[in-house]
Design a protein around this ligand. Structure first.
Ligand SMILES: Nc1ncnc2c1ncn2[C@@H]1O[C@H](COP(=O)(O)OP(=O)(O)O)[C@@H](O)[C@H]1O
Ligand SMILES: [Mg+2]
Length: 244
């Protein structure tokens, strides 16, 4: 095995990076893929709750990157999404070292089909370390001018750094997103960010509740279908963008 390494980034915080990482990872796992999700957002972690591993982690990514334990010891299986494994971020931690993350990815990719690296907001050390490891980037952005403009800065930085496979995930999209006169349509989002669109995830009460309570996203809701389509596109399948 040699996992595909995908980083999840945004620029702005709170766009849904961690939520999309867990839920898309869960759908990849449901499609038979072995997925490891590594959360680098130290201090502002949320993957542990969304994936249901809260309270089950002994070691975190900081322990691994500092050499306090091996990568395998920090891996916890999600009880909500079978086949999805997680290495959680710490409550607090030092700067993520690029070389240490590269070494971890080189080791772990032998055991998985996908390594998803959920980064922190901004373009600091976690972002730079993830970019040095990743073959593909998912930019999870809201359909608003500020989120999109920051996304463009991030996509330019990735592109300049040599990572050219960058895909746009529009998240928390609602009819109102395009009715307030701020952003015309999905095409404007694509043009602003200069990245190919891979998913449009609706603003969803089901996502919000599942993520907050640490429960599995119910199958059958619109967001579930959108995330399943995202996973299938990551696997190279041709799937329509629209979800009804
Ligand atoms: N599609 C969605 N619909 C509704 N709420 C969402 C959606 N995606 C994310 N959220 C909510 O947005 C908030 C921030 O999500 P999170 O994944 O922690 O963002 P980030 O990792 O980018 O900081 C959380 O409360 C989460 O439940
Ligand atoms: Mg996050």
């Amino acid at each position: 095995m040699s996992a595909k390494i995908v980083m999840v980034a945004s620029g702005k915080g709170g766009t849904g990076k961690s939520t999309v990482s867990v839920l898309a990872g869960g759908r990849l796992a449901a499609a038979g893929q072995k997925v490891l999700l590594i959360e680098l957002d130290s201090g502002l972690r949320s993957v542990d709750i969304i994936s249901g591993v809260y309270g089950k982690t002994v070691y975190d990514i900081e322990d691994v990157l500092c050499g306090r334990c091996s990568g395998e010891k920090a891996v916890v299986e999600s009880p909500l999404y079978p086949g999805l494994s997680v290495i959680s971020a710490p409550y607090e931690g030092g700067e993520v070292q690029t070389q240490a993350l590269q070494a971890l990815c080189a080791k772990m990719r032998e055991y998985f089909d996908f390594l998803l690296i959920d980064t922190a907001a901004g373009m600091g050390a976690p972002f730079r370390a993830a970019a040095a490891c990743a073959q593909q980037a998912l930019l999870v952005l809201g359909a608003d001018p500020v989120s999109l403009r920051d996304g463009r800065i991030v996509s330019d930085a990735l592109y300049d750094g040599g990572l050219h496979d960058i895909r746009l995930v529009l998240n928390k999209v609602a009819p109102a997103s395009f009715q307030n006169g701020l952003v015309r349509d999905v095409d404007e989002c694509i043009d602003t960010v200069c990245a190919q669109l891979i998913a449009v995830i609706p603003e969803s009460r089901e996502v919000q509740f599942a993520a907050a309570k640490g429960e599995a996203l119910p199958a059958g809701c619109l967001a579930f279908t959108a995330l399943d389509n995202l996973a299938r596109r990551l696997l190279g399948k041709r799937v329509l963008l629209a979800v009804h």
